[in-house]
Design a protein around this ligand. Sequence first.
Ligand SMILES: [Cu+2]
Length: 374
Amino acid sequence: MDGVPNLTQGAIAPESSFRYQFTMPHPGTYWFHPHVGTQLDRGLYGALIIDDPREPLAYDEEWVVVLDDWLDGVTATPPEVLAELSQGMGGMMMRMGNTLMGAKSDARGGDAGDVYYPHYLINGRPPADPETYTSAPGKRVRIRLINAGSDTAFRVALAGHQLTVTHTDGCPVEPLDVDSVLIGMGERYDVIVTLDDGAFAFVAEAEGKKARAFAVVRTGPGATPPSDITLPELSGRLATADKLRAKDDVTLSRRKPDRELTIRLRGNMDRYDWSLDNRTFTLDKPMKNPYPIATGEGVRINFVNTTQMWHPMHLHGHTFQHAGGGPRKGTSIVLPGRTLTVDFAADNPGRWLTHCHNLYHGEAGMMGVLAYLK
Ligand SMILES: [Cu+2]
């Protein structure tokens, strides 16, 4: 069970408890959150870091960096935002209430996000009161990036440093040296950095929203950099999932898929009618119209994005691999007008959600179920 109400278990009732007991088959950077309404955007989540008893990477220390977009109790509540979005709006580039119109993303293409957030946070802190990560020159640090946001992709960089990407969504990739990393909602990236001497800005730019989250990395004396500092790294070599290759030990065996599903991402901002294949979906009746799969199959999914916006598509119960030797992942961005093809091994019988990890898209209906045939 994975916490999805009416699909794998009942929701945990108010003032009651539920004990999950499970073994951890894979080390890596994970997180957990509820699947009930808009609770995720109220901060109900946590990081889950699984150490590897035979860790192959060499590093001195690690820093868990949780990114979030925050509005609850400041400009609105998440249910109010969902209600406002659901009314649908047409418009130009402006903020209308809590709805963001016309925010454009360079790297993603199309609309950057739907929701206006007053704050962007690193480990729960805004740029005016940043976290300081203190270390020493020459230390090799494994930074575990988690995007716990609901409607925001972040472009992450550390001033004056190169980042080496080693994992995404818990799975190892061939190391890639970059200047910045783009991380969608639900995604994780692990990067290794060798620290220089001084005080450095650590920036997570809210992609297309003209705002940022900010922290400081300090290894020596020097003035604390201002939060609005310009970072050339943010426009340098950018890591995106399509540039990564899976390590051999997580590469799926190559074979012709036994089953191929084509799932069309549908909907638009004006009508706020996000869906998979125009199927209406609610978690009250999740088994209304599932996609069938069967145990033992190699399954291929073509996520066809017919919309004007990017969507971080997530599959429960499995990790997939980008076709053609790309990264093994749990959540991947599908760009507007593009198709993302992924493969996975159907080795975990049950009923599993696949959905957009934009919380408001998911709640509007951009969800579906992959159900194993009996
Ligand atoms: Cu979406």
